[in-house]
Design a protein around this ligand. Sequence first.
Ligand code: CMX
Length: 399
Amino acid sequence: MTRFGRYGETVTDEAKHLLDLTEKHLDIGMRGVPVGTCRTSYVTPGEGVHYCGYPIAELAEMEPEDVVYLLFNKELPTEKQSLEFRQNLATRAEMPGDLTPIFSTLPRDGHPMDWLSIGIHSLGMMDCKNDWKEDALNLLARMPRLMGLMFRYREGRIDNIPEDDTSLSMVQRFTNTLQLEVVDQEKLAKIISVYLVLHMDHGGGNLSTFVGKAVASGHATLYSSIASSMNALSGPLHGRANQSCLEFVLRVGTSEPEEVEHFVRKELEEGRPVFGFGHAVLRSEDPRATVQFALGEKLCPDDANFKIIRTLREVAPRVLSENPKISNPNANVDIASGALLHHVGLTNPSYYTTFFGWARVIGIGAQIFDERVIMRGGKGVPIYRPKYIAREQSLRHIE
Ligand code: CMX
């Protein structure tokens, strides 16, 4: 019997309550219902996400390229493998065509996630190998340039865009294309690097990953599948929560504990969520939040927004704990990422989900590759077809 996970559960242990399916499992968005297996990552209530067995806190400061290698190869690279992998990515990085005619006609006030989805679709129309791994690696190698170009076209900064130096790291290629003037480039690179590693993967069943794998199961292209994932990620209940979180922090506007507590209580009284707190699976502070708080203490302890989230971290869990319905009153990943990005000059929260999307292209790409090429002895998972049970309305004309 296959054993997996640090706690040595068996696949059968995990799946056994499939046998106990009852009506209470229906019309709940499949929450918690096992439907497959995942080779890249899993989430535990105590330690959060693990990539290929490594708790995320152990990986956070690594180079993103090495973590990409881990997700695709299920082991960390040696120094030699790391170097060869970077060289390999560099050979894939050149854009397969010109995005100018596409990006110059998109509405600038359209949401950046819609731009990202269109950008990924466009890359797929320009060059698709119809090979799951090749396409996943090509796409992730082209993402830094795509992201940088997208920001520049949206902002109308289309003159003198630097050439893409493919020998640079993924993060440097993005910052090199973006050319933000006012910031400390080293800090910017560090914050994006940690952000990317923390957000690459989060188990198999989150909405965007599930959607990407479902679309791929019908043998749509890798690019169409991942563009669909990005559309799923753009929803305010999913990836766009990180945008809402910084908007929330900006609304708090003070780091004075009593005033913050007053603000939090008022939000709850008026039926609004306290953003950046709570989680569907975790039952302690998300280690991805802990890592970002530590990074903020190092890089920007006196930043006004960082001071707000530091106070929120002290105050909100205590207030939220007063409601016994709330399973986890602690900070989640979104509490800190916005404040850090804002500090280094990425001040428009509507962009934040695109960073999340950039990171997830990697984990979702690796999961699609596993499902299409590795699972079921190489046959791949069949086309998704869950069962919906007929309700009385759909049976109306049957006597
Ligand atoms: N503020 C206000 N109410 C909250 C809350 C919060 N931070 N966290 C939980 N609750 C409420 C839920 O809305 C739910 O209320 P109802 O029973 O009226 O529906 C109740 O407490 C129980 O919720 P739960 O079982 O503890 O958590 P859920 O799995 O239902 O929800 C989440 C998880 C993240 C949607 C929720 O905690 C929330 O809305 N948080 C604020 C928004 C946020 O920060 N989102 C980013 C999530 C990041 C991530 O997923 O990694």
